[in-house]
Write a protein that binds this ligand. Structure first.
Ligand SMILES: [Fe+2]
Length: 300
């Protein structure tokens, strides 16, 4: 099984804009790692966000890959076997790419919707403690990983089966909502947990999005730090994808801000932690929110 979400790789149109957004709005710390990317830290891990310059035609930013902690080599090898047996292409990462991720070894693959994913082992800590440039006290991470990623999967059931049966994620909640627009299919978001207490480390939405990312979530230590984050967003005039609200399934109090190239960040607090997954029955929800979360677009 996967231990948690270790990092994400974003192909950004404007890396300098991400630097400003990441450090001055979100409160992440620029990490001093030699590599051809912007690295942003959230905790003692070497980095959590790797922002690369997008190649090719202008367009929105794209979530190039989610990076998952496979634990050890034995577990990674077993996952590679399962991926290949399921027909997925698995490519061993080159040494320089592994160094750029601060891991000893990783492989690249993709889910049945074409979302990039990486599985790694041997992440080395730089030993540098996290210090936010704007005074955020810290982020809720280990042992639960960096947060969660919600990604598009128009072939939702095929992808849900892939993450469950091939990679070993457990289902937390199956959210069914009315169609976002007349004539559109019902909206479905399936939530999965990894081998840690965070209610979900991954979710799949049954609709496409040009950024290959519905949102990425980071969790701060206090409600006041969510409020302070919302103040920074408002003062900077950045667009919200959703107003402040509390989710039904993971009870997270959060808002969603749209980053420089269109990738939305959920900035939250108070997410549900499940200590005993063996005693947890996956839920089927018909409501996303207890209160708030007024969405600016239906693609959420
Ligand atoms: Fe979320």
């Amino acid at each position: 099984m996967i231990a948690g979400l270790g990092y994400v790789v974003i192909a950004a149109q404007d890396v300098a804009a991400w630097d400003k957004f990441g450090t001055q709005i979100l409160g992440l710390q620029k990490a001093d790692i030699s590599g051809d990317a912007l690295y942003l830290k959230m905790d003692d891990a070497p980095f959590r966000y790797m922002i690369e310059q997008a190649a090719g035609e202008p367009g929105p930013d794209v979530l190039a890959a989610t990076g998952w902690d496979a634990g050890d080599d034995d577990n990674l090898n077993a996952l590679i076997e399962k991926l290949e047996a399921a027909g997925a292409t698995v490519t061993e990462g080159a040494a320089d790419e592994a160094a750029a991720r601060c891991v000893t070894r990783f492989v690249k693959s993709a889910d049945p919707a074409g979302n990039g994913l990486e599985l790694y082992v041997g992440r080395t800590d730089t030993g540098d403690a996290f210090v936010s440039p704007i005074g955020v006290s810290g982020f809720v991470t280990e042992p639960m990983g960096m947060g969660h990623a919600v990604i598009p999967a128009p072939n939702d059931q095929e992808c849900a089966d892939f993450y469950q049966d091939v990679l070993g994620f457990g289902m937390s909640d199956d959210l069914r909502l009315p169609p976002p627009a007349e004539g559109a299919p019902d909206m479905r978001i399936v939530f999965f947990h990894a081998d840690n207490p965070r209610h979900h480390s991954l979710a799949l939405g049954n609709f496409p999005t040009p950024t290959k990312c519905i949102h990425l979530m980071m969790e701060v230590n206090t409600l006041d730090e969510v409020g302070a984050g919302l103040d920074r967003v408002t003062q900077a005039g950045l667009p919200l994808m959703a107003s402040l609200g509390r989710h039904e399934n993971d009870k997270m109090v959060s808002f969603y801000v749209v980053g420089p190239g269109g990738i939305a960040i959920e900035y939250g607090y108070d997410g549900l932690q499940v200590d005993d997954w063996a005693g947890f029955a996956p839920t089927v929800s018909t409501s996303g929110d207890i209160w708030g979360h007024e969405y600016a677009t239906p693609e959420m």
